[in-house]
Design a protein around this ligand. Sequence first.
Ligand code: DGT
Ligand code: CA
Ligand code: CA
Ligand code: ZN
Length: 580
Amino acid sequence: MTRNDEVAALLEEFAMRLDAQGVDYKPRAYERAAESIRDHTVDIEALAAEGTDAVAEIDDVGDAISSKVVEYLETGEIAELEELRAELPVEIDALTRVEGVGPRTVGQLYEELGVQTLDDLEATAEAGEIQDLRGFGEKTEQNILDGIPFAREAHERQLLGEARPRGERVRTYLADHDAVSRCELAGSIRRWKPTIGDVDVLVGSDNPEAVIDAFTDYPDASAVIEAGSTKASIRVGAVRVDVRVVAPEEFGAALQYFTGSKDHNVAVRNRALDRGLKINEYGVFDVSALADDRQEHQRAGERVGGETETEMYEAVSMAWVPPELREDRGEVAAAAGEELPALVEPEDLRGDLHTHTEWSDGDNTVAEMVAAAADFGHEYVCLTDHATGPGMVGGVGLSDAEIRDQRAEIRAAEDEADIDVLAGIEANIDADGAISVGDDVLAELDLIVASPHADLDGDGTDRLAAAARHPEVDIIGHPTGRQLNQREGMDVDIERLGAVAAEHGTALEINANPNRLDLAGRLVQRAVEQGATVAVNTDAHRPSSYDFARYGVHVARRGWAEPDDVLNAWPIAEVRSFLS
Ligand code: DGT
Ligand code: CA
Ligand code: CA
Ligand code: ZN
């Protein structure tokens, strides 16, 4: 962990513990400071050495938090946090990983039942003690019980959104080294899988020793897990990074092998066998002239390729396969038949159709979100704050009157802006598929995102299909409601939902927030096959979240989507005609 990550994690714990005590507003300030420090490119320890004023220069870090950061870096602890820990001696990180258990619930469960750990939580739920507490019931207790196994495993896989930036920094660091001729990410992170087990990095070099030395000296490594002559593993934050060094002429073969997926590799290897070829991490070899027992040797046979990935695929009469497609979902046949899709690229996105402002639970004004969208390079943006209604907690949503007031502000912002600005709303989809906003209000807006926010268990197909059929609804937001490492979301019969969406001209969202990435690639693939259009939206609650777009685009690619399949890759005039 870098010191920035370490301090951020501490401030997040601070936020949770304040929240557990029922403190208002302050927890959010700590969360924002944590986020800012984690993203800050200057080492927090160096800043703290300059004093509290230097730390307070970081966005969202005020004097109070800044002095706590300095206190921690000077003394190794924050006295106030230690007090909070003593008052509530529980494993707050682990407990809050259980769906439906927030910091305040943790506080209550400790006060009333003495719950400190996941094991305690499980025991009290199994004994039926939780259902009798104020605010709980049999259903909540069962939900807690169901969520415990998931919470236990949750931390084992990292979110792509956390791992990818770290992996890219490692790659840049190694690529700059003189001994390195080629360096690429491999494994699931190269395939842009939403969660990853570990980060795989492949290096082509004639001097493995120098590469391993540089790698184990990586400045942000918190530990060296193991180091051999051509392989090593380090820990960077919560992520394990594996590096392998291979000879430059075998780089393509190794990259193909270590990118996976395993199922994709098996399918490619079977094609090779049918052609008297052998594929492995060292190359492609013609073994047709060899006796069976001679073929076992790793580099046996006549080498026909291996320096580049393209050579590997060419040897088995396939086009090069984009890593996002390498999941054995039809890409091998498509690459052999020259039928691979021309996948959407991050640069193809022209706008964002799902964003929030301080009118609901966003951090910024309409004008600020519009300006930030323009800075990001978008040609258009749609503001879609939450409408009030069942399922919206804490009264964040807009009433019909407020929606009309905000619309006037959005029109005014458009007059000032160089980009197109659409007035929208994010309506809630009830458990029965009804929409939370009156039809007359919906009709006055440019775009309606309808999303499920509660009751996210079981089969959601009927509910989502009903919303997709609603004449005013344009996009189904984060359709299944899944949150990675937290809840799986609803099941959907994607063929049926995709067909309804296609028929009614409703787009299905790929929510690009790294906690969601919902719809998932395999569902996108089947929805697009049904003729459905998808929309890659960030659901930004602040300007920095526009950067999430790339995660959504790579999910779209995992779903075989071409630019024509992606609503917000279209020019605004075409988007407007889709909406009307
Ligand atoms: P992860 O790390 O769990 O998110 O998933 P991957 O796909 O990155 O898996 P990992 O790190 O265990 O291995 C990286 C790649 O190496 C994997 O995608 C395919 C390849 N690989 C690893 N072990 C095997 C194996 O036993 N057979 C084959 N064919 N390929 C393997
Ligand atoms: Ca991996
Ligand atoms: Ca690995
Ligand atoms: Zn939203």
